[in-house]
Every structure is written in structure tokens, then in C-alpha cells.
Design a protein around this ligand. Structure first.
Ligand code: PAF
Length: 284
């Protein structure tokens, strides 16, 4: 597995793969890899002969009071895990390489509307930072396929929209969330949880599953479902930020006519912000 940190070395790596007629699948990450990331690599391997991962904690997607400095950085472990998973090359750029003229001067890419609702309403500028760095990484790696976890449901849709709007010839593949045995979605931020918070954390998914089951049972959205979900989370000891029942295609609030739904939620446990979601289809 080749590890490259400069754009010129990355380009040589990409040229070598292309020269050998290999398709490229790309898995962008911020490191501190867990089984969810390794599943991304597995799916990437099924889609192309050459798998390139990136590890870059992107300062542009963190707000001024967020956890950029505390974000766990474990490069040695990550490289070992990526090599074990069959990654061909890893791009580990510095911020100078990604934002050579400085972050403030960087040309940004923002998908209007959807970037500023749901999680975007609570994290101003976050999704603009995500789409900007992912677009830059896409331009550097020029993959045929890129893989993203469905845990970041809104991020996944924003990237699909960005790729469509900019006409990028990249297939975006969403990969199912990998969970701990008790249901907690895997996340690098789970490392922040104190033992007593860790025991409460799976309740976020449990509440979402209950809402999903109730929607399926009634074959409609129950009255005041979002407020009830929020109250249940609060009672269980989580500080709920939002519980939102949306339609899958554009994450707009679901109406009684919509059939393909998703329930998205974010909640705080101490200093840890958890997000999760479930999809639900109302048949008939
Ligand atoms: O999902 C993430 O880890 C990040 O948002 C991403 C896509 C690597 C961009 O920094």
C-alpha cells in the first residue's frame, strides 16, 4: 500500500492505475477508522480494481466551537487497518496541500438549501466545508466511484447533488451503517463517550427503530411523531437536537402522501453529538 501526502505523488499513483487500465474507487475519511470505514473499503474493492482512501481531518467543516482539535487522530492504526483491508493507496495531505491559498481564500462549493437544514441548521457552514473538501478530493483523485456511509445521510445526499450539479463523472455509492452489537452506529466520536454515556447511547437508535415500527404498523406517520421522539430521548437522558421525519429523495419534511421516508436524529450526550437515521417505506 502506497502512502502519499503530496498532490504530485497522488497524481503519479492515479496515473499508474489508469495506465494499467484499472478503475479507481475512492473512500474519503477523517481517520480513526472503525469497522464502518473498513466496510467502505470492502465495498470500494467490489467496485474497482484500485482503491484509494484519504485520511484528512478537514478544518473547514468544523465550527469554531466544535471538536477539530480533539478529533481523534490515530494514523498508525489507520494505515495498518487500511493495508489489511486491501487498500492500494492512501492520500494523507496536509492542510497546505488541500488549501494552498489558505482556508479563507478557498473557492467553496455549497449545495444551497439542503446544506442549511436538519444538521446544517445546528452546524452552520459544516456542509459547505464537507462539499468543498470532497469536491477538491474528487478533482485530485478523479475516481470512477466513491463510497460514503449512510450514517451521514444528509452528507450522502448533498454529495450526490453536488456531483449531479457539477457534472462530475463519479458514481456515488451509499453503504449501510455498521453498528455495535447493542445498535449504536459506529462513529469515531463514540470514543468521547464516558462509560455511563456509552450505556445510554444506543437509545438513539432504539427510539428511531420504534418510530420506524410505528410508521410501518399504522402505515402512516403518527401524530406528533417528531415531538414524541424528542421527548422520549430527553426522558432517556439524551439532549435531543432534532428528530425529523423526511422523505428520502430530498429530505424535505414528509407529507402524508410520501411513501419512502427516513427518520433522522441528532442528540447530545455530554460533549458528544450523536447522529443516526433509519429508512422506512410505507407500502401500498
Ligand atoms: O464523513 C466524513 O468522514 C467526512 O465528512 C468526509 C466525507 C471525509 C469529508 O471530510
Amino acid at each position: 500500500m502506497n502512502i502519499v501526502s503530496s498532490i504530485s505523488d497522488l497524481r503519479s499513483e492515479v496515473a499508474r492505475a489508469r495506465g494499467a487500465g484499472r478503475r479507481i474507487a475512492f473512500a474519503p475519511t477523517m481517520g480513526n477508522l472503525h469497522a464502518g470505514h473498513l466496510r467502505l473499503i470492502e465495498v470500494a474493492r467490489q467496485r474497482a480494481e484500485c482503491v484509494i482512501a484519504s485520511i484528512y481531518v478537514n478544518p473547514l467543516q468544523f465550527g469554531p466551537t466544535e471538536d477539530f482539535s480533539a478529533y481523534p487522530r490515530t494514523p498508525e492504526q489507520d494505515l495498518q487497518a487500511l493495508a489489511g483491508a486491501g487498500t492500494d493507496a492512501v492520500f494523507m495531505p496536509t492542510t497546505d496541500e488541500i488549501y494552498p491559498r489558505g482556508m479563507a481564500a478557498q473557492t467553496c462549493v455549497e449545495v444551497p438549501g439542503l446544506s442549511n437544514v436538519l444538521c446544517g441548521a445546528f452546524r452552520p457552514g459544516h456542509f459547505r466545508g464537507v462539499t468543498t473538501v470532497v469536491n477538491r478530493l474528487f478533482n485530485l483523485v478523479q475516481p470512477d466511484v466513491a463510497v460514503f456511509g449512510k450514517k451521514d445521510y444528509q452528507q450522502l445526499l448533498l454529495i450526490r447533488l453536488m456531483v449531479a450539479d457539477l457534472g462530475l463523472p463519479i458514481e456515488i455509492v451509499g453503504v449501510d451503517t455498521v453498528r455495535e452489537p447493542d445498535g449504536l452506529a459506529m462513529s469515531s466520536r463514540n470514543n468521547y463517550l464516558r462509560p455511563e454515556e456509552r450505556t445510554l447511547a444506543p437509545r438513539l437508535y432504539a427510539v428511531l427503530c420504534d418510530l420506524r415500527d410505528e410508521i410501518r404498523r399504522l402505515r402512516r406517520i403518527p401524530d406528533k411523531a417528531e415531538a414524541t421522539g424528542m421527548e422520549r430521548l430527553q426522558r432517556m437522558g439524551l439532549r435531543a437536537e432534532h428528530v425529523s421525519i423526511v422523505r428520502q429523495q430530498d429530505l424535505a419534511p414528509a407529507t402524508p402522501q410520501d411513501r419512502q421516508l427516513a427518520v433522522l436524529a441528532a442528540a447530545w450526550l455530554g460533549r458528544t453529538r450523536l447522529i443516526d437515521n433509519v429508512e422506512v417505506a410505507i407500502d401500498g
